[in-house]
Design a binder for this molecule. Sequence first.
Ligand code: NAD
Length: 479
Amino acid sequence: MHDYQAQLALYINGEWHDGGDRRREPVLNPATEEVIGQLPLATSADLDDALTAAAVGFERWRITAPGERANLMRRAAELLRQRAEEIGRLITLDQGKPLPEAIGEVRRAAELLEWDAGEAQRAYGRVVPSPHGLSQSVVRQPIGPVAAFPTWNVPSISPARKIGGALAAGCSIIVKASEETPAAACALVRCFADAGLPAGVLNLVFGVPAEVSAHLIASSVIRLVTFTGPIGVGKHLAGLCAERMIPAIMELGGHSPFIVCDDADVEAALDHGVSGRFRNAGQICTAPTRFLVHARHYERFVAGFVDRARALTVGDGFADGVAMGPLANARRLDAMERMVQDALARSGRLAAGGARIGNKGYFFQPTVLVDVPDDAEAMTTEPFGPLALIAPFEDLGAAIAKANGLAYGLSAYAFTNTASIAARLGAELEAGTVSINHLGGALPETPFGGLKESGYGREGGAESLDGYTTVKLISHLNG
Ligand code: NAD
């Protein structure tokens, strides 16, 4: 087995720190609940060092030519690709997802970095014609050192998105990656170090999340915060940013509707719906969760969903043929049990699953609930676990209203074979991404982010550097 512990270290000003007399926190394998490593936590002095390093690193990186920044990012992405299998194993070990999924995630992280490298060279400005003899240039400049807080459910993609945007724009960055799934972030940072990134441009710390975020965001060095995680934490961090009037990119939760219209290809909807719901044990913010199915197909859809859910092999992500691993932490297991009990107490019906598997490891059955009232916890709060909620509808307008009825607005899905219905759904569903007749996905070339309480700002696509740059008008009166 890979030496997991050897990965775990802080990276500050171009140097690795793997412990000393720092406090440490155990990292668990969610499939076995065994301790697989001891993660060093940053001291207050470490955070100050990271801030100083980021300030100095920014002065150097901001004047590094975009082509040079892009080349270095591409070298790091290539190293990441070469190390994908090894890093995938680290992810399966601390996060739990099946190994092929974990390796695929690392490869996707490399693609995201390559996309952002290209955007470094496309951060165009413009010249604005003037009737008054002025030369008016609008330029984009890097916003400054960034404090980044990626999430635990995609331990490679989430830091890669934030590092990619920052470095491509010419910003330096301090990443506080997840303490529960730290190894992939360490491995990613190692790729940048090995690619020759100058000291201070990229720093990696771990710690007590609330202490680290309060410390970093209060510093005048930090000019932007980027966070992926729950809405409540996002609001808290946005409040800290407001105190310093600095902007933030917030990628928060979702509770995504999946509408199956009366003219839909039901089998295709089932294939996509089941795989989307149970991928990563349901711990994906864009996953479809609320299945709204036209009454004509309702019974067939529920039966098909239940059959497919029961056929999924749940087990250790390292085992062959496993479709779904454990939940990533005990909190999700507790949440699944609570949401199922609450739904059943409110007249919901269990169509499949509903219980923990075994008593070692955070395994939970792929679960299907029907007839769940709208005020049940699972209907109003993102499940973030292997729990599907299916309800019938008669009128498409009512289904759209229900889809839009929560404070979330991250992703929405629909299946229909009628162009005018597809157009209506695209126009009326309140979500940052609407995917019709497929599962969508946060691709490198497309913008990803939410509406409403799902957050603001975008990662990826032509918008990738928007949050990491400021717009400046330079106006020159010609003599
Ligand atoms: P949690 O409150 O324990 O923490 C969530 C994440 O936020 C962790 O990575 C934690 O380190 C970080 N965090 C918490 N307080 C922080 C602070 N003050 N400053 C900086 N970081 C802080 O929640 P959880 O149990 O991990 O997840 C709960 C819910 O969050 C899930 O059910 C899901 O709905 C949502 N979630 C969404 C995403 C996403 O991709 N949008 C990712 C993870 C969790």
